[in-house]
Design a binder for this molecule. Structure first.
Ligand SMILES: Nc1nc2c(c(=O)[nH]1)N[C@H]1C(S)=C(S)[C@@H](COP(=O)(O)O)O[C@H]1N2
Ligand SMILES: [Mo]
Length: 365
């Protein structure tokens, strides 16, 4: 790489800056893709919380590299092309800002994070493409055409700062609901009825979505209870129904705001089966045979925890948890176990599927 920077003592700095950015950006891209692309994350399920932490750590490392040209007093003699500085600084700050909003879930409203999520990816792809082009041009010695953006410039802190700030502005614009016009995030889907959200992903930890047959389906409510129940779907639906509109937040960053749920509150089950005084936790089981979740009785009795059978006024589809799924709006999505077929009152908290793999059992954000 040295041959591209034949400028004496500054050569060292530019080589260092390139190594630092290439390594941190590549690692960021890779961990981000593992988190985002279903093909990868279903194969790396047990390591997802590691990839998540690594992605955030690398994001901070990358963020720091953006300050480098501002902090470093660069020589006036060694002029570089404008665009070579502009692209990483401008896109980089926009990526960092959107990423920050996805990380600090509590600091930003759901609507903002919902809009930011796809742009965090789009801007990263753009910067990735730019890095590849840039590398290609340098490696082949291709000269950029001389235009306003490609001409050489003096290294000026003020200019770098301005680009950083404009990156922040663009990042902020992508986080407004307006930016959703250009992505599919949070949009009501075109092939179903108006007002019906599509989630970015429909997860399963098994090879497929369990196809529950309603004739055979029973919701078993047992454990530390006075009267066990084994209910058909119809029996469950005949209990008092609760409706609510809530945001949904996955731990990997995506969110969907204003989802309408319809279902049965846990207190209805409680009054049916009458748990004993030792029952302080509830374990939920899924018809997929693999997924489990656990809530304390107190958490489960919160007013917005439902066993839902409708989303946005439509019966749940198979991939959404048909016929019923848990919804715990105040916690990360992994608490909202799908295809629930057993609710067990218990005296201890079991570690849920993701919790055994490193996610916290108090999944609040
Ligand atoms: N049975 C089961 N329930 C599950 C999951 C799963 O893989 N299997 N994924 C969880 C996670 S991590 C999230 S974010 C939500 C996502 O809901 P969705 O798959 O309907 O989008 O479901 C949760 N419930
Ligand atoms: Mo999730």
């Amino acid at each position: 790489m040295k041959k591209w920077f034949p400028h004496g003592k500054w050569s060292k700095y530019y080589v260092w800056l390139h190594h630092y950015s290439i390594v941190s950006f590549l690692a960021l891209m890779l961990t981000g893709l593992v988190l985002y692309i279903p093909f990868f994350h279903v194969r790396l399920i047990s390591y997802l919380s590691f990839f998540y932490d690594a992605h955030i750590f690398l994001g901070i490392v990358f963020f720091l590299s953006l300050f480098s040209p501002i902090v470093k007093k660069l020589p006036k003699v060694n002029r570089k092309r404008k665009i070579d500085w502009f692209m990483p600084i401008f896109l980089g700050t926009a990526i960092v800002l959107t990423g920050f909003s996805l990380w600090k879930v509590n600091w930003f409203p759901s609507k903002i994070r919902e809009a930011a999520f796809p742009w965090h990816g789009n801007l990263s792809y753009l910067l990735g493409i730019w890095f590849i082009l840039h590398g290609f041009f340098k490696a082949t010695g291709t000269q950029y055409p001389q235009t306003f953006v490609t001409k050489k410039m003096d290294s000026e802190r003020r200019q770098f700062l301005q680009w950083g700030v404009s990156g922040l502005v663009i990042g902020a614009i992508t986080m407004t609901p307006f930016s959703k016009l250009f992505t599919t995030s949070g949009k009501v889907s075109s092939n179903s009825k108006p007002g019906v959200h599509e989630f970015p992903e429909y997860f399963t930890v098994t090879d497929n979505y369990p196809n529950v047959l309603l004739d055979k389906y029973r919701l078993v409510v047992d454990g530390l209870v006075t009267t066990k129940q084994s209910m058909t779907f119809e029996q469950l639906k005949s209990l008092p129904i609760t409706k609510q509109i809530k945001n949904f937040q996955c731990v990997t960053g995506w969110s969907v705001s204003d989802v309408e749920w319809e279902g049965i509150h846990i207190r209805e089950l409680v009054s049916l089966v009458k748990p004993t005084s030792e029952a302080t936790f509830i374990t939920f089981y899924s018809a997929d045979g693999a997924y489990t979740e656990s809530l304390s009785l107190k958490e489960a009795m919160e007013s917005d925890v439902l066993l839902a059978f409708k989303m946005d006024q439509q019966p749940l589809r198979v991939e959404q948890g048909y016929p019923i799924r848990l919804v715990v709006p105040r916690m990360y999505g992994y608490k909202s176990i799908k295809w629930v077929n057993r609710v067990e009152f218990a005296s201890t908290r079991i570690q849920g599927y993701w919790e055994q793999r490193g996610y916290p059992s108090e999944a609040t954000f």
